[in-house]
Design a protein around this ligand. Sequence first.
Ligand SMILES: *Cc1c(COP(=O)(O)O)cnc(C)c1O
Length: 382
Amino acid sequence: MRLSTLGKVSPTTEPPIRVRPEILAVPPYRQGAVPTRPGFKLSSNENPFPPLPAVEAALIAETGVHRYAGAAMPELRSAIGARFGLDEADAQESVHLAPGSVAILYQLIQAVAGPGDRFVHAWPSFEGYPFLGLASGAECVKVPLAKGARHDLDAMADACTEDTRAVILCSPNNPTGPAIGRAEFDRFMARVPADTLVILDEAYREFVTDAEAVCGEDVLALHPNLVVLRTFSKAFGLAGLRIGYAVGDRRVLAAARTTAIPLAVTAQAEAAARATLTEDSLTVLGTQLEALTERRDALAAALREQGYDVPDAQGNFVWIPLGDESGEHSAGSLAAAFAAEGTLVRPFPGHGVRISIGEADSIAEVLRITGAHAARGMRGEA
Ligand SMILES: *Cc1c(COP(=O)(O)O)cnc(C)c1O
């Protein structure tokens, strides 16, 4: 083929090489709506505050980019381990770092579930979960959420068959908001076979204000089959640097490491993550968290006033359930109303719309748009 023809290959035609049919069956990734004018980006649950000065300083100081980063990263592992009550030596093997906690989800599923095996997760939940088995050939089982947009842990335990190798629990659940309670978590763990991996994905744990919610630190030591996932992407404000971690049994995490792409965590990401864990940084992050959870609770309450059935919100986002596939009560229609005003939110067609908690003045803008949309719906206009 002449080089000049390369650009003309249509992306919809079959690839020139043989690709696994299960990969071809996945619809191509489509970019979300592009805002037509400047507005708020409330579509990816990022921290709206600018990077901490300590993070910027750490990034500027980390100039040795001609070298690979050392994979051990002992200081960061110790700092994370200390937060989970692990001693120095334990932390080195019981804390696993990766370029984002999503990478660890892939590693773990690939390590435990092959062709014919299954992994179970709630639905709607994190959009990435259904694709985690593509590389290994494992199949996902989606268990519908229960009343209040909460995990149906009884149904999830029922779904654990002989072929089930892993269960993913998302607490608080992205995109709907409720956290899993400690008591229901304990009942669930008692029912799941001890040789089945349970992944507790706590990407939004820092935002939880419900005292009854399960907390990885409290339950990790009780269950060798449990791995707790956390990330620096959300509350810690490092989404663009890609760094997340898992804490759990060293033998389970060794299996994840075996399937990992080596040397994928950069020295910049490590330095920035360490800079967020100093006492000074944690104090600043604490005030940010307070502001964000206050905004969240105020937004959820105001949306309920407007007539939306917003479930308990424990992350840095709120959920508006909209079950219609199309029409004015659909997720697409509300997301389009936002996009027309320049603000990006995340529609889940047939389920609802997720709105991230952003800048202080984003709250009034959200309520202005949802209020107008609700009023239009009540008057029956298109
Ligand atoms: C954002 C998110 C993650 C973390 O993503 P990173 O890869 O660490 O940026 C993991 N799980 C859920 C449910 C999330 O929403």
